[in-house]
Every structure is written in C-alpha cells, then in structure tokens.
Design a protein around this ligand. Structure first.
Ligand code: AMP
Length: 471
C-alpha cells in the first residue's frame, strides 16, 4: 500500500505456494484468478531453497507472465505473488510487489493486501533512525520493522512488526526456506489456506485455490500467523485479540462471487441482498436487469423474490477492466460506454428495474439510466443492493474521499434526480446486516456508517492518512 497524505487506493490480491516443483507457474494461475483484485501491476518472488528470485512488472497477469520464458527466471519450490491497483501518480515499477530485500539475516520478500493506517507515523520514526526508503508503499515499512527487530526468530520479528502496524493487512512473506502468512487482528481482508498434494497454498480468495485444484482447508483467522516450512505448517496467535471486523464491502462488491470468504459463499450472500432489496423496494415493472457483472447475483435474487422476469438488458465487454479502476475521471466517463451496451430488443417499451451493487460517485448509474432509456425503456427504476456509500474506506477498498461520494452530500431524492431514474431504492443497513448474517460476527461497515473500527485522530473534516498518531 502506498503512503500518501490524502487517502489510500489499494485493492490487492495475494497468493503463495510452498513445496511444489512448479511453484511460480501455479502462482501465476492463482494471480490470474485474483486479477479482479488489482489490474495495474503484478509480481512473483520464488525460492529454490537458497536464493530468492523476482519477476514483476506493470500490467495484467497474462501480460506479465504470459510468456513462458519468464518462468526460467523464477525457479524453485516456493513462490508468492501479488496483483496490485494503486493511485495514478504512483503507478510506477518501484512500487510493484512483492518487495524483496536482503538484510543481515538473509533475503525476504513480502506481499501485502490492505492498508496500514499509521504508516506515515512509523515511516517518519524509521527515517529519523536512519532508514532509507526505496518505495512509497507502506509495505516497505514492514520490511524495515523486520530488519530493525532485535528478536531472534522470524516469527518473533514478524510479530514485532505486526504489533506496530495498525489497519488492514493480509501479508505473505517468503524467505529462502519458509513461507509465512499473516492476517491482521481485525481480519478486514479475506485470506484462506489450501492444500495441493504435499504443498500448502495461501490465497486472498478461495477462487484461486479452485483454479489450481487445491483443496480448501480453512480461512486464516484474524490475528493468526501461519509458518510453512519443510516440516509442515504451524499456527500462532501472538497478538492481542480484538473483535474481528471483516469488510462487508467484500461481500457487496469486491470479492468474486464464486469465492468463500468470512464463512460464506459470496454469490449466495449477494443473491440474498437482492431478495432483501426486493422486499424493501418493490416496484411495478416488466423486467429486472443487472448491471453486469457486479449486479448479476443481486438481480437474480431480486427477480426471484419479486416474481419479475430476469433479463440481460446490458451486455458487458469483458475485455475492459472494472470501470472504477480507471484512474482518471475523464476515462471513467468514457469507460461506461466502452464497457456496457444495451440490448434494445430487451428494453424497448419495458418498465425496467436495474440492479447494481453500489453507487459511488453516481457517474455509472447516470450513464446507464440514460443508455437504457435511449434503448426504448418506458420507465427506469434503479435498485442498489447496499446502503448509500457515504464514507471513505481507510482499510484498503478504493473509495474516493467524502466530497466525491455522492451520497455523503445528497439525499436519495437528489441522487435519483441526478441519475435521472424514475425511482431509486437502496438496501437498508439492517437489510444488509441480516443478509450477510451478522448474528455471529460484526463486520466493518464504515463505508456505510462512518464507524471506523481502527481509530485514528481526526485532523479536519476527514481523517488525514499519513498523519496518524500511534494508538
Ligand atoms: P460510480 O460511477 O462512481 O457511481 O461507480 C459505481 C460503480 O462502481 C458500480 O457499478 C460499482 O459496481 C462499482 N464500484 C463500487 N465500488 C468500487 C470499487 N471500490 N472499485 C471499483 N469499482 C467499484
């Protein structure tokens, strides 16, 4: 994650495998399955038991690793990999992960998904002690903390580092002889453990295990550190326990629907969000259409519950990345058109319910409503399978600052007018919590409520990243 002074923009995926003759190749496939978590850059670091090797670059997984020749340069039986999305200004090769360093105890590589909220504070302190940073990523802080730790074992050094950093992080470390996976005590981001024959596999989402036909063992627990070496795996819980607060937005939008995260299948949760939405915001209409792909499961749930016909009224070009992931507003405007095209024959003279997972700035919905109307729809009703996104995320989901979030400053009626819909309905907060089954765990829903589970001081109207004090 990048150290910036206004807000984080990081969505990442991590994958690692230990004890497999084709470690880097399988990591490549794992990253392929996690491409939705970051499309800007990717990298793999491998180990042959003696040395670490790295290959990383800007670009999609297929572009960076599509040429089989690169695997000659990342040999060995263990590998970790990373897919990354970051801010436009810092889309530079030096910030591509995994980060690999040599220090007094050998070599180590680290891949990180999430966002460390006290990064700048620690960085300032480390720099005052003479540390020199090569990247602008908060992930590098972890490496410096490891190097600075006086502890004798790797596990203790990682624990020391984890005791200093606050926020959201899933980490994968690789040394010459070990792979270590760690999840922050709040468990913001998903991380799971699998097995493929005699190899252990770690991935942000279970869909990556499915692709390589690894068996899903379990999720890595919040606050857990798993050390994998030639003797097998060991699990540790060295940190102070806190109440886990996994990110509810992973269910709403971010994770892939075929993944199993936080104890549930994402597709089933999304369908239930749609059913609940239909119970809360029924409307007389002819058809229900999703905004593909993110709105599909919720639209199926909505159609099922309301008895309305499910149709595909918008077709997505699958060779275009997630709209939101385009860095500039100008490109984002353009992006909706490149990405979606209406099916006139489906929409003509129909009263249409459009289902999407969220409205962030309102740009996408506005374009889509116009598109559907221009295709001949008689009425356009927009239904959103989550509550209004009114607060920025500081734990690793790319949401803009408050000013840009349309629902932070507009009523639902104002948003309806802006997107030019005949009606607009958001899922209620209670509806969301019921649908994800919050009875057994509390989720982080700061983006909807502003209740941030990991605190930082307010420095003006919005928390300023990079200027946090120690808790
Ligand atoms: P906007 O045009 O800014 O209102 O963006 C809304 C669209 O972005 C919806 O279709 C969502 O599926 C999608 N979206 C919501 N959150 C994110 C995110 N963090 N990253 C990428 N896309 C997102």
């Amino acid at each position: 994650m990048e150290i910036i002074t206004h807000r984080p923009e990081e969505e990442c995926g991590i994958f690692g495998i230990f004890n497999h003759p084709e470690a880097a190749n399988l990591t490549y496939l794992g990253l392929y399955a996690l491409q939705h978590r970051g499309q800007e850059a990717c990298g793999i670091v491998s180990s042959d038991g003696t040395n670490l090797y790295s290959h990383k670059s800007m670009g999609l997984v297929a572009d960076v690793f599509g040429n089989q020749d690169v695997f000659k340069y990342i040999p060995g039986q263990a590998a970790i990999g990373h897919v990354r999305y970051s801010t436009a200004g810092e889309s530079v090769i030096k910030n591509v992960q995994p980060i690999m360093v040599n220090y007094s105890r050998g070599s180590i590589a680290v891949a990180h998904n999430g966002n460390i909220v006290n990064a700048q504070f620690i960085k300032d302190e480390l720099e005052a002690w003479g540390s020199i940073f090569q990247t602008t990523m908060d992930t590098e802080i972890i490496v410096h903390l490891l190097a600075a730790s006086k502890a004798s074992s790797l596990l203790e050094r990682i624990t020391d580092a984890m005791n200093r950093i606050k926020g959201a992080y899933c980490l994968l470390f690789l040394t010459e002889t070990r792979m270590v996976a760690a999840r922050d005590p709040h468990g913001f981001r998903p991380l799971c453990l699998g097995k493929l024959g005699g190899s252990y596999v770690v991935a942000s989402e279970s869909c990556a295990l499915d692709l390589i036909e690894a068996e899903f063992i379990r999720e890595i627990e919040p606050g857990e550190i798993i050390v994998v070496d030639k003797n097998g795996i060991n699990s540790y819980f060295p940190l102070r326990k806190v109440e886990p607060t996994p990110c509810i937005f992973e269910f709403v939008y971010f994770a892939r629907p075929d993944s199993f995260i936080f104890g549930k299948n994402v597709y089933q949760v999304r369908k239930e969000l749609g059913r609940q939405l239909a119970r809360e915001h029924r409307v007389e209409a002819d058809i229900v259409i999703p905004v593909p792909d993110s709105g599909v499961p919720a639209a199926l749930g909505y159609a099922e519950e309301s008895g309305l016909r499910f149709e595909l009224g918008l077709i997505r070009n699958h060779y275009v990345g997630r709209t939101f992931i385009e860095p500039q507003q100008s490109i984002r405007h353009f992006g909706v058109k490149i990405k979606l095209n209406p099916v006139h024959e489906t929409l003509k003279d129909k009263r249409v319910v459009i289902i999407d997972d969220s409205i962030v700035r309102g740009t996408t919905s506005r374009k889509i409503v116009k598109m559907v109307r221009n295709a001949g729809a008689k009425e356009v009703h927009v239904r959103i399978s989550s509550p209004p996104t009114s607060y920025p995320c500081y734990y690793g989901i790319d949401t803009p600052n408050r000013k840009e979030l349309i629902s932070s400053s507009h009523t639902i009626e104002e948003i309806r007018k802006y997107i030019t819909a005949d009606s607009l309905g958001y899922l209620s907060r209670e509806g969301l919590l019921n649908a994800v089954g919050s009875e057994n765990s509390s989720y982080c829903h700061a983006c909807f409520t502003g209740g941030y589970p990991v605190k930082f001081p307010m420095l003006g109207p919005e928390p300023q990243l990079g200027l946090f004090e120690k808790e």
